[in-house]
Design a protein around this ligand. Sequence first.
Ligand SMILES: NC(=O)c1ccc[n+]([C@@H]2O[C@H](COP(=O)([O-])OP(=O)(O)OC[C@H]3O[C@@H](n4cnc5c(N)ncnc54)[C@H](OP(=O)(O)O)[C@@H]3O)[C@@H](O)[C@H]2O)c1
Length: 252
Amino acid sequence: MSETRESWAVVTGSTSGIGRETAVGLAEDGFAVVVCGRDHDRAEETVKRIEAAGGKAIAVLADLTDPAAVRALVAEVRERIGDGTVDVLVNNAGGGEFAPTEATTEERFDTTFTLNVKAPYILTGAFAPGMADRGRGAIVNVGSLSTTMAASGTSAFQAAKAALSMLTKSWTAEYGPRGVRVNSVDPGYVLTRVNEHIRDMFDRYLTDLPAGRGAQPEEVAEAIRFLISPKASYIQGATLTVDGGKNSVVTM
Ligand SMILES: NC(=O)c1ccc[n+]([C@@H]2O[C@H](COP(=O)([O-])OP(=O)(O)OC[C@H]3O[C@@H](n4cnc5c(N)ncnc54)[C@H](OP(=O)(O)O)[C@@H]3O)[C@@H](O)[C@H]2O)c1
C-alpha cells in the first residue's frame, strides 16, 4: 500500500537560486515538491514553473531563523500532503551576513546558526525517522566551499556550514543503516540573489578559478538531483564539491 502513496520532496530555500532549480529538477524526477521560503510571490513562481511542466508542488512559507516557524512548517507539510510521504529533504536555505567576528552580534550569530544548522536539524529530526521506517529516503545538505576553506569576515557563516557538514556524517551514521542516504553539496561561487550585491568582491576570486566563471544555479542543482537519484545508490555521507575547481588548485 505504501508504494502507491505520493512521494514528496521538501526543498528549503526553493523560492530562488539553487533551491528553485533543485525543486524544478526533482519535480521532473517525479517527486511532488514542497516549495519553502519566506517570499510568497517567488514561492508561487516556483510552484507555477513546476505545474507548467506537468509537476505537482505546494508552497509552505516559514522564516527558518525562528525555530517555532520551522516546527510550524513541519506541521503544515504533514497536514497538506495528507497520505503522502516525505522521502526527500534538501536542506538548502542558508546564508549569513559577512562581518568581522567583533562586529557579529550574539543575536546575528544565533540567527546564522538557527538558519544553517538548527532548522536543518529540526527538519531532519521530523522527516528522517519516517524515511528510515519506510527503509528509503535521501537528504542533501547544501554547504559551502567555506566548510573547508576560510575567508576573512564571515566566521559565523563558515562555522555554521562546517557544523552542517558534520551533521551529514552524523545522520549517515544514524539513518544510513535504515536506508536513508545523507550527503552534502558544497557550492563555490554561484550567480544567485544571495551575492548579487557583492559581485565586485568576486573579481579576485575568479582570477585563479579553473572554471573562470561563477556557476549557474542549475549546475549545483544537478549535483543535488544526482545525489538524490538511484544513480547515487551507494553514495552516503559524501560531499560533492561544485566549485569550478577552486578547492583543488593553488596559484603559483
Ligand atoms: N550563491 C553562492 O555563491 C553560494 C555559495 C556557497 C553556498 N551557497 C549556499 O547555497 C544555498 C542556496 O543559496 P542561493 O545561492 O541559491 O541563494 P538565493 O538565491 O538567495 O536563495 C536563498 C534561498 O534561501 C531562502 N532563505 C534565506 N533565508 C531564509 C530564512 N530566514 N528563512 C527561510 N528561507 C530563507 C530564500 O528564501 P526567501 O528569499 O523566500 O526567504 C531563498 O529561497 C545557501 O545555503 C547558501 O549558503 C551559495
